[in-house]
Each structure stands twice: as structure tokens, then as C-alpha cells.
Design a protein around this ligand. Structure first.
Ligand code: ZN
Ligand code: ZN
Length: 243
């Protein structure tokens, strides 16, 4: 399967980039994981928005769903132009009904996922973990039967993430803070937390994402290296992992 970083910023996008959004592809099945601010402007570099088979959302904070509204307009306008009736499924949790209800529009259908069960979308089997965050949020463990990608979504460090991420080929983490800063009250991890999680879970590669808007972000990698001996990279627009 192939993962492409569409957006990697936390909170808001900086010039020419987007907040949390990742493209997952295999065998002509294309799934967008989270749909942050700026995602729709980045997406055409990699795929046509009308070629998405599904969207899956970790939670309803704006930096993960800001472009859902314009994605719905995209599907409305394109269906009208081409006189089609394609419907895009958007999977979200139902713990926040107000957030969930916004997923359904003329040509998008909100579908509630049960975080206790495995969600199957095409070749992808997705399991969930409830994270520690100010609102209901779910991390995802995604496998195509061969490789495993884990996306922590937004969370502070929690022990349960270690078995959940066990032996993942790619681990994408919320890295909102630098070493020595405690992000737990805001429901986020720092670089050291990310390294510890990657080391304890024995993952193949750590991709730091959901960056802070201050400091020298290359330091995040150096800091995470103190606790994880494997490969560490900083997420950026168009970063591709294939496995
Ligand atoms: Zn976020
Ligand atoms: Zn959040």
C-alpha cells in the first residue's frame, strides 16, 4: 500500500501546505484519512478528488476536518457538471452527533464507524484506539494483510498505543511539542514521546507529523533519535511511503 502526506501541520496550515490529511492507496482504492485545512488544494497533485473511494476521520477538530465542507461542494459541482450521482462515503465516529451529522451532504454519506470493530474499506482493514485528547478521537491501525500503518491521530502519550502500534511498518505520530515540553494537557505528544512509542512498539519507520508552529523542526528528529534507534523522518507535503 502507499501513503502520501497531503497535509501535516497541526492547528492551521502555513503557506502552500495543509493540516492533517493523508492519502492511502492500493489496487485502485483510494482513501483520504482526515481532511484538514488546505487539503483540497493539495489533493490534485496526487489524485482527483472525485476518484476518492472513501474518507475516514479521526475526530472533528478543524485541523482534521476543515476541508470536508469544500470537498462536499467539489462532489456536488462535479456531479452536476458530469450529470452523475456518485456518492462519497465519509466515515466518522458517532460520539459527537453534531460533528457526525455534518458529514452527510448532497453527494456525501456520513457513515458511523464502530471503534470496537474492524472497519473494512476495500483492501484495508482498520482497527481503532480511543486516544487521550480533549474531544473523542481515534487512532487507526491499517493493514492490507501484508503491511501495517499506524496513525496516532491526536493524542497525548498513553501506554495502550504501544501494543496498538506493535511492529507497524510505518508509524505516523502527533508530534506537537519539543523535548521538555509537556503536551499532555492539550492532548498531544512531544518528540520524546514519539520516539519512546516507536521504540517500545518496535516499528519500522517513524514519521513525525502535526508539527508545532515554532522552533527548528529538524530538532524534533534529533530529539526523537534519543529514544528511537530506527528511521525517523519529518512529514512534508508529498512525502510518500510505499510498502
Ligand atoms: Zn490536530
Ligand atoms: Zn485534535
Amino acid at each position: 500500500m502507499k501513503v502520501t502526506v497531503i497535509g501535516f501541520w497541526g492547528a492551521y496550515p502555513e503557506e502552500g501546505a495543509a493540516t492533517s490529511s493523508y492519502l492511502l492507496e492500493k489496487d485502485d482504492v483510494t482513501v483520504l484519512i482526515d481532511c484538514g485545512s488546505g487539503a483540497l488544494a493539495q489533493l490534485p497533485k496526487y489524485t482527483n478528488a472525485m476518484d476518492l473511494d472513501a474518507v475516514i476521520l479521526s475526530h472533528y477538530h478543524n485541523d482534521h476536518i476543515a476541508d470536508i465542507g469544500v470537498l462536499q461542494y467539489n462532489w456536488l459541482v462535479q456531479n452536476q457538471i458530469h450529470k452523475t450521482n456518485k456518492i462519497l462515503p465519509i466515515y466518522g465516529h458517532t460520539a459527537d452527533q453534531a460533528g457526525f451529522e455534518k458529514l452527510t451532504h448532497h453527494y456525501t454519506a456520513g457513515i458511523g464507524y464502530d471503534p470496537e470493530k474492524v472497519l473494512q474499506i476495500g483492501p484495508f482493514s482498520i482497527t481503532f484506539i480511543k486516544t487521550e485528547h480533549p474531544v473523542h478521537c481515534y487512532g487507526m491501525r491499517i493493514t492490507d494483510g501484508e503491511k501495517v500503518v499506524v496513525y496516532t491521530a491526536d493524542t497525548s502519550f498513553m501506554q495502550e498505543l504501544i501494543p496498538f502500534s506493535h511492529k507497524a511498518d510505518l508509524l505516523i505520530t502527533d508530534c506537537s511539542f519539543y523535548a521538555g515540553q509537556d503536551g499532555s494537557s492539550a492532548g498531544h505528544m512531544n518528540s520524546i514521546d514519539c520516539g519512546i512509542l516507536a521504540e517500545e512498539a518496535d516499528v519500522g519507520r517513524l514519521l513525525l507529523s502535526h508539527y508545532p508552529h515554532f522552533g527548528d523542526r529538524t530538532e524534533l528528529v534529533k530529539e526523537a533519535k534519543q529514544t528511537f534507534t530506527g528511521n525517523i523522518e519529518l512529514a512534508k507535503s508529498g512525502y510518500i511511503w510505499e510498502g
